[in-house]
Design a protein around this ligand. Sequence first.
Ligand code: SD4
Length: 292
Amino acid sequence: NGEKPLILSTWNHGLPANEAALKKLQESGSIVDAVEAGVKDTELDLDNLSVGLQGLPDREGITTLDASIMKGDGSCGSVAFVRQVKHPISLARAVMEKTPHVMLAGEGARQFAIAEGFPIEKEILSPKATRAYEEWKKTSQYKPVINIENHDTIGMIGMDASGKLAGSCTTSGLAYKMHGRVGDSPIIGAGLYVDDEVGAATATGLGESIIRICGSFLIVELMRQGRTPQEACEEAVRRLIAKNKKDIKDIQAGFLAINKEGQIGAYAVHPGFNFAKGTTQENILIDSKSHY
Ligand code: SD4
């Protein structure tokens, strides 16, 4: 606790993502550059089935992406339900920096990508995603397996040496979701929230359960009222469980938080959630504690 700069990100792929973020921070000195560069690494990871265009598709066989980015001064941008864009996090940043809006969705987000010169990719599923989708179609059962399917979104929160904060979050969302479904990741306050006065939080897991409690905003507000990041994450999980009781055995969600002092917190509904913590000294994977 207390080390700066500090980068936290969800799941195993957080390790290379943290590395990319810390490298960028060193080069550019900007924490928002760092959290963008960090998750761009994951957006290109062909083994990841929940982030980027190689992610698992929706029920129609189409991969649609959600992403958000936020700075501690309140600037933020996001894209939802966007197709054919390799780096939705960079598109979210362009929404933040180049438009009067916070969020663009669907075809409008794609048109904005074209106008901004983002390359538009062919809509072809990766071999891995194709195999998984063909297998899924045999039953077309919509029943995500916690910690296995849908467990790969990257949420990243970071603090530079001066205490400035930023965060990013990017995902292809739930595998085999309904076409048009949007999760928590592009929703400011649900999948991500950052406030330089207090701290930052991000989420992973079943987006619907996270949106219901405004998870990341809730954690930042709890920290504002004096909770530690760990206490705030635990309270968010407690509230998520209370609001999603009926299905809780099939719902996984995990939260990460940092406060202004550089203390960290992590908590999940079920065991199995892990995260990467990167500083200039070390970059390590930590198993989160969980409610159950
Ligand atoms: C979503 N929260 O779209 C994302 C999925 C996720 O790890 O986090 N997977 O609901």
